[in-house]
Design a protein around this ligand. Sequence first.
Ligand code: SF4
Length: 406
Amino acid sequence: MNKTAQSERLHIAFIGKRNVGKSSLMNKFIGQDLAIVSEIPGTTTDPVKKAIELLPFGPVVLIDTAGIDDIGELGEKRISKTIQIITEADFALIVLDSQVKLSEEERSLITHLKTLELPFLCVINKSDLGINYELIEELDSLGLKHHSVSCITNESIYDLKEKVIKMLPESEDPPLVGDLIKQHDIIVLVVPIDLGAPKGRLIMPQVQTIRESLDEDAIVLVVKDKELRAALSKLSEQPKLVVTDSQAIMRVAADVPDEIPLTTFSILMARYKGDLPQYVKGLKRIEELNNNDKVLIAEACSHHAQEDDIGKVKIPRWLRLYTKKNLEIDIRNGHDFPENLADYKLIIHCGGCMLTRKAMQARIKQAKLMGVPIVNYGVAISYMHGAVPRALLPFGEAITAWEENK
Ligand code: SF4
């Protein structure tokens, strides 16, 4: 079984009006009946996601969405969910009914995807019922690529998959740590095992950093914060980099000599998923906060909150202590990222390890468009604990942004 995390897979969205066969088509890709198929329009209410191996390409996530012509108040909510999925997808299949010409909704969907620069393919479904050639002419006149299939007879489904694989964008994810180390370098990873640590496992940024370091043929040493000093004293060569959990940054900084580069897993994630220079610029806003200013704390997943939870308890406490201001703090989880950010003076976002890079970038873009500074947990925590600029020193572009803040 391929265990590639959903957040590391390309996301392909199946979009279109109700009853054009989006769910049937997605099931053809999966090879089983996961998405509910029905003749009744509007059967898919919430997006249905399925992680599959699209061979020979590799791991992807397929997303079946509600119809773009859904009706009523609930329908509007489903449409806005579909629009959110589109923003986060890497590729889209616009599923069309072979019998009819393009509708208004489909035309605006096409315009929307073009504006987002999201690559897509129009799939003309129900070819077994015949094809309205005016539809083909329309698509051709708009310069759109299209492919006809039948989910009933399976006509051209195989060719469609081949075509989609050829059109999928190359991954442009920057390295997490691979560009900071090389073969035989020593990298020390500090992983506190405290009450906040999940039982019996490491968290995704830690696992990914280990894996990428091993891919670079580096020597990886993983220690708890309490053992760091002993570990460093046993090394005959200085490590090339020390990476720590953000919450232990000050304890770790005290144990790591200044000449050894030091950063945090969260800052690595800021670069990998987000926009590190942008987050560093966002730090300036912490200094400008006033009483009653509204701050958004956003977490990309809905994990069970702990007693001293980082997002719900610690960051609000540190922020109020640091700024000495009476702030209004709004905490949102999972997909509940507000559409309207205009009321907020600052956004503090988690590392976003469960989001795709595309989805995290979409949130940053939304914040930028609304002129709201954004930072992530790691950058903000290091800053409020006095570990900036030290924790940023391994990253030239972050230091430039830091200098520009002055
Ligand atoms: S809150 Fe954010 S960083 Fe933490 S596990 Fe969830 S997605 Fe990852």
